[in-house]
Design a protein around this ligand. Structure first.
Ligand SMILES: [Zn+2]
Length: 81
């Protein structure tokens, strides 16, 4: 049982809740040195060495605000970005 944040009605138990993304923003991820652990597969098993690979960073979308809504209101709504 929950209250829909769009229609403000109390929704019956066992009805699925939808997390609706209503606002996103463009986010610039910074470059990170030695961020991802990887296993060197060129060596035979037992002698494999763990290495760390750089993360190049980049641009992506980041969720700013979500609403908990009933399935009836979730369809047909698209975020601004
Ligand atoms: Zn609703």
């Amino acid at each position: 049982m929950y209250q829909c944040q769009l229609c403000a009605q109390t929704i019956a138990a066992r009805t699925p809740m939808v997390k609706l993304t209503v606002e996103r923003r463009v986010y610039q991820h910074p470059q990170r040195d030695r961020a991802h652990p990887v296993i060197d597969r060129s060596r035979p098993t037992g002698r494999r060495q763990r290495k760390r690979r750089d993360d190049p960073g980049g641009t992506g979308l980041q969720i700013v605000r979500t609403l908990h809504v009933c399935p009836a209101y979730a369809s047909g709504h698209t975020p601004t970005i």
